[in-house]
Each structure stands twice: as C-alpha cells, then as structure tokens.
Design a protein around this ligand. Structure first.
Ligand code: GLU
Length: 300
C-alpha cells in the first residue's frame, strides 16, 4: 500500500505555502488509495509544542485527514541514536571540528556546488583530533559535529513532478555539535519507520534528496518516490513566510475570507478551478496537469 506523509516543522501556524503542499501530498496519497501519515519535525530550537495541535487543526479545518497518531520527533530520539550507531559501526561517521565561520570560508569540495563540505576534518590523525577536541571544549564548551563519510559526489533520482534530478552528496552532518540529529538523518529514519513510499514536499528540498537516498541505502531502507512541488512566493519573489502578512488560516478568517475561498485560491494556483472543498480537490487533482511554476501570492 502507498503511504504519503506531511512533515511540517511546528514553528508557527501553517501558511498558504504549507497548506498547499499538504493538500497536494494528501491528494496524491488518497488518490492512490493509500495511507496518509503526519510527522512533526520538532528537533529545531524554534519549535513550540502548542503549534502541533494548532497545525493539526489547520489541516483538519481544510478537510485534510490522516491515519494514526502523528509522529513527534522529540519522542523518537533512541531510534535516531540507533541509526547513528549503525553508521558509526560501519565506519561511516567522523568528527568535524569546523566552526560556522570556518565552514563559510572553506572552499567547497571539487565537483560540488558552493556550500558543500570539503571533507577537511575527514583525514585528520588521532593526535590531531585529540588536540582539536580539547581546544573546542576548552574554548567553547562544545563537542564536535559528526559527518557522514560518503564515497559518491552526486547521484540522480527520478522526481514525479520535475523529472530526473541530480544532487550533490557531500560529507553532510548527521549530528550537530549540540547533540541534535540533523534533518537529513531523522527524515530518512522516519520515512523508513513510517513506511513512507511517497515523499511530497516543497521543491526547495530537491537538493537534499540525493543525500537522503544515499542514507537510505546505507541504512538498508527502501527509497521512496519523490514528488517535489512548486513553492508559494511573496511579492518579492521569495519563499512565503509568516511575516508576509495575512497568510495563515486564522489571519485570513479574521479578514472575513471563508475556508472555501482559501481552497479555491490554492487549487486555482495549482491549475484546478471551481474547487471549493478538500473532497472537490481530491476529485479535480491530476498530477500530470498540476502547475510546475512557483506561485506568487500577492495578498487578498
Ligand atoms: N519539515 C520540513 C518543512 O517544514 C519538511 C521536510 C520534508 O518534508 O522532508 O519544510
């Protein structure tokens, strides 16, 4: 059975961009007769627990339903620890002592896009590590970050919306120096644990996908199918954010805008017209006909 998911970060109410992605993810899963599961990516410091229930009520209000209890990442730390230990035992993890400033000044690895890690800490000797570890602790009271030792520069994957994509695979972070597991690690562990076969999310995450697939292979889990969706942008052409005015359901409702109008707006931005409820969206949605263009939201 197909399983889709929606995995918001509970850092605020869902805005029109989040709601649009959720609607598409839900429609893809339900049209396939599949399950649709929720997951809260709340390892980020900006997460607030009250947003979990508020985000669920935003989805419910639009008519999106899900199966089972939502997974909350802060309840799953031992599972991430196990995956991390599995990679460590396979000799795939090394400590990285680079500071944020050093990282921004480092040249990227050859054959990699800007920002990709150069592998600077990969070849250090044990006495060098000892010295750097002590320095970090004495100066900043922090431990090292942990990176994955990769042996590929990049890989391709098929995307159901944008076609064949290629992404860089550098020695990305698995665990930050404050002990928090990285998005890439937890996303892969959770997609496997939740039995996710369809990953539908914003196209801004296309660059993370090759890394995640690489981790799936190392951890022995099945690579899901990807459906990256176009973004909602603000007037300036940047990704929509909470600061862009009335963008959440409560804000729009306070302006007298009905739920059906919001659904109609979101559906029409994707190329589906005369849709005023989630069930009408489910009927009308057709992945082949969905707009591939980002949508600029100019306000209501
Ligand atoms: N938590 C991420 C976000 O809210 C989505 C991650 C994912 O879908 O893989 O943008």
């Amino acid at each position: 059975m197909q399983t889709g998911r929606y995995a918001p970060s509970p850092t605020g109410r869902l805005h029109l961009g989040n709601l649009r992605t959720a609607l598409v993810a839900w429609a893809i899963a339900r049209q396939a007769g599949g399950r649709f599961v929720m997951r809260f990516e709340n390892l980020d410091d900006r997460s607030r627990s009250h947003f979990l229930s508020e985000q669920l009520s935003d989805l419910q209000e639009l008519g999106i339903d899900w199966d089972g209890e939502p997974l909350v990442q802060s309840d799953c730390l031992s599972r991430y620890e196990d995956a991390f230990e599995q990679l460590k035992a396979a000799g795939r993890v090394y400590e990285c002592y680079c500071s944020r400033r050093e990282l921004s000044q480092l040249a990227s690895a050859p054959h990699h896009p800007p920002g990709a890690y150069s592998g600077r800490c990969r070849l250090l000797s044990e006495p060098e590590r000892e010295q750097k570890r002590n320095y970090l602790w004495e100066k900043y009271r922090r431990g090292p970050a942990y990176r994955l030792k990769t042996n590929l520069d990049n890989a391709s994957f098929p995307d159901k919306v944008y076609g064949l994509q290629n992404g860089s695979i550098d020695d990305f972070v698995l665990r930050r120096s404050d002990g928090v597991f990285s998005y890439n690690l937890v996303c892969v562990v959770d997609d496997a644990y939740q039995g996710v076969t369809q990953v539908c999310r914003g196209r801004d995450l296309i660059p993370s996908t090759a890394r995640q697939n690489y981790l799936h292979q190392l951890l022995g889990s099945t690579i899901p199918q990807y459906y990256h969706v176009p973004l909602v942008l603000n007037r300036e052409g940047q990704r929509l954010a909470k600061r862009d005015g009335a963008v959440t359901l409560p804000q729009l409702k306070a302006k007298g805008i009905e739920k059906a109008d919001i659904l109609e707006l979101l559906a029409s931005s994707l190329g589906f017209f005369r849709v005023r409820s989630a069930s009408e969206f489910l009927q009308a949605f057709d992945l082949e006909k969905m707009s591939r263009e980002d949508w600029r939201y100019l306000g209501l």
